[in-house]
Design a protein around this ligand. Sequence first.
Ligand SMILES: [Zn+2]
Length: 337
Amino acid sequence: MDKQVLVVGWDGATESHLAEYDLEWYGGLDHGGVLLPEPFWQSREIDSGSAWTTLTTGLSTREHGVAMLSGLIEDERRFDLFSSVDRLIPRNLFGRPARIWARRQVLGRQPTNDDIPYKRVWHYVPDSLAFAVPLTYPPKETDGVTVSGFPSPEVSVQPESLEAWVRERYDGEPSKFDDAGEIREGYVEDLFRTHEAERDLVLELVDREEFRLHFVVFTLLDRLLHVTDDEAVIERAYRTMDETTARLADAIDPDDVLVVSDHGMKHDPRGKWVHVHDETTGIWAGTRPWGVETHLDVTPALVEYFGRYMGDPTYTAPETDAEREQMTSQLRDLGYL
Ligand SMILES: [Zn+2]
């Protein structure tokens, strides 16, 4: 096997938190900085669905069409008109996410991976592992392995022959609210438990098969910061992410590593959220100067590293019967709708 790379998505990892916690493994990376979204989102709150789609396709939001986890750009004119005035709408209007709500009104249906007819970075690089990357349900075929990320009605795997084996070990993100609409007691501990299951599954996957590119996303920080401002818990989550990444790097022993976040988080209690997304404080860090400044740069940088060419970005896969209703209820559960 030629070169191997480990990419770890620290969803929601924030520049100021990382400076504060001085993490052992992360702190040993020689290169890094702020990673901004594409220009359109640099002054707008980006969500994880749009961000990870750009990060893994190298295409802009206008090209891939995923403006939010909850909505596709179906009417470009309406979206452009709205976007010419959207920044006049307060982000936080009496504790409500007014601008996000208004944007939702000009968008079309909730996207699934079927609505993104483009190659991801793991289609350009053979023998790749894509693990829990947001908006990869239903997963599309590669010659490697894909485990679907949030939102997924149930964890789905390509190749399908691995699906039962994966489901025995991991059944996706925990639900957040109880029947009364309150955050479930035990949710925070479940987030840590889920993270451990994800970590152990990746360790087992890389033990049974060699991959060139490993693209693994953990949503622990994002989910946790949405619901808490408890300093001790937040620090524990960052240390957990650091230890997990160190363990993956030890197990894979890659030639190079890249850590990326899709956005930072800032404290601004609003609606069902304690921290909200901050598009200006996402990060990247790595073992080499990856030359990435925005989300648009990540896929081209990885493809080039492996000596491949992007060429035609389209990917046509047969339409599946993705279970949209269950995906919608997962978004509602996390407060996205
Ligand atoms: Zn995110």
